[in-house]
Design a protein around this ligand. Structure first.
Ligand code: SAM
Length: 339
């Protein structure tokens, strides 16, 4: 049962309004990207996961309290069984005007199947993670991914009228020589692109972050030799700084959690598929929303738990990658809180 009246907006102790919620709907993924997961991952038992109905109730509670943008992520959101039912149900908040945007971050493997339905549910933009255009390298990075399926998915997204932003993680010695070609390709395809620094999250087996880490200050300086990059004021509500690539006319974003801390304008919180609320991607502090959600059919306990948690949203994170800091800054993988 939902409260009829709109509650107070969520403002954290630093005066930041929380208007953006990212929800990981599953910890499972059909890829095993080397910087994200170990190849052998133990996933959560099903009973730990919030049901689709509980996810809906949780998202709706945040929307009632001022969240205007909702992003579903994972794991891979489109591998969760019944996911389209959740998206369809959440689209009522777009219809009512309570939500400005319903979107998702996906690896693209299921887009061929779902692109049209997503558009029909009011989704207009999707972020598709793609680190290379080389099919062999794609297999090396994702371990289990199929490049041709992602390409077919991207075409389906375009046909369905979904705007695509390609997210590429910059990986030293892996795709750094290719980023310029990817910018050209995104230009031809009509996609914006964002380049992301690798973040120290979760144990990933044999690989070390120091070997993968490539500061974007270097990447940007190199790209500026190939492209005319004009600084933009534009903000997508996220941490990316954008430039326009004059030769293609497309936007290019840089997400630099390590070389440039982006916390001062943080407007977001994240929920895991078990209902843990993380007030900061790079800190361990969390709040359990599953217990209040399950304790009562009314939302009073849930709303109180949300308010209490926002009241202790930290100022920022302290990601560091260098040879003295080899341990992950946080133990959980990106697939737990979603990228
Ligand atoms: N499966 C979906 C996808 O591939 O986009 C959503 C989840 S995935 C965890 C979200 C994003 O996080 C992807 O763009 C992925 O490349 C990125 N990511 C995962 N681990 C990361 C890390 N350690 N540092 C930076 N980005 C990471």
């Amino acid at each position: 049962m939902q409260n009829a009246v709109t509650s107070q907006p969520l403002i954290d102790p630093f005066g930041r309004a929380i208007t953006y919620l990212r929800v990981s709907v599953t910890d499972r993924c059909d890829f095993r990207c080397v910087y994200c997961m170990a190849e052998e991952m133990t996933f959560l038992p099903k009973k730990e996961l919030l049901t689709l109905e509980e996810l809906d109730r949780l998202c709706s509670a945040f929307i009632r309290q001022g969240v205007r943008k909702l992003r579903l992520t994972g794991g891979e959101p489109l591998v969760r069984r019944g996911i389209m039912g959740l998206i369809e149900s959440l689209s009522r908040h777009l219809d009512s005007g309570a939500l400005d945007e319903l979107t998702l971050t996906t690896n693209g493997s299921q887009l061929a199947r779902y692109a049209e339905q997503l558009h029909a549910c009011g989704v207009r933009r999707v972020n598709v993670s793609l680190d290379t255009l080389d099919a062999d390298k794609f297999l090396e990075i994702t371990r289990w991914g199929r490049f041709d399926r992602v390409m077919t998915g991207l075409e389906a997204a375009k046909r369905a009228g979904l705007q695509v932003k390609v997210n590429a993680v910059a990986l030293k010695g892996v795709n750094d020589d290719e980023l310029s070609d990817m910018i050209a390709w995104c230009g031809r395809e009509g996609h914006d692109m964002t380049i992301i620094e690798v973040m120290p999250m979760g144990d990933i087996g044999g690989e070390t972050r120091v070997d993968q880490y490539l500061p974007l200050s270097l990447v940007r300086a190199r790209l500026a030799q190939d492209w005319t990059l004009t600084e933009l004021d534009y903000s997508s509500g996220g941490p990316a700084r954008y430039v326009r690539v004059e030769e293609t006319g497309r936007k290019l974003g840089f997400i630099t959690p390590l070389t440039h801390n982006f916390c001062e304008s943080c407007n977001r919180v994240r929920i895991t598929c078990t209902g843990q609320l993380y007030m900061c991607l790079g800190q361990d502090d969390d709040a359990d929303l599953r217990a209040p959600l399950r304790a009562s059919e009314a939302d009073d306990l849930l709303d109180a738990a949300i308010a209490e948690a926002i009241g202790r949203k930290p100022k920022g994170h302290d990601f560091i990658i260098d040879r003295r800091h080899r341990q992950p800054a946080v133990a959980r993988h990106m697939s737990v809180t979603g990228g």
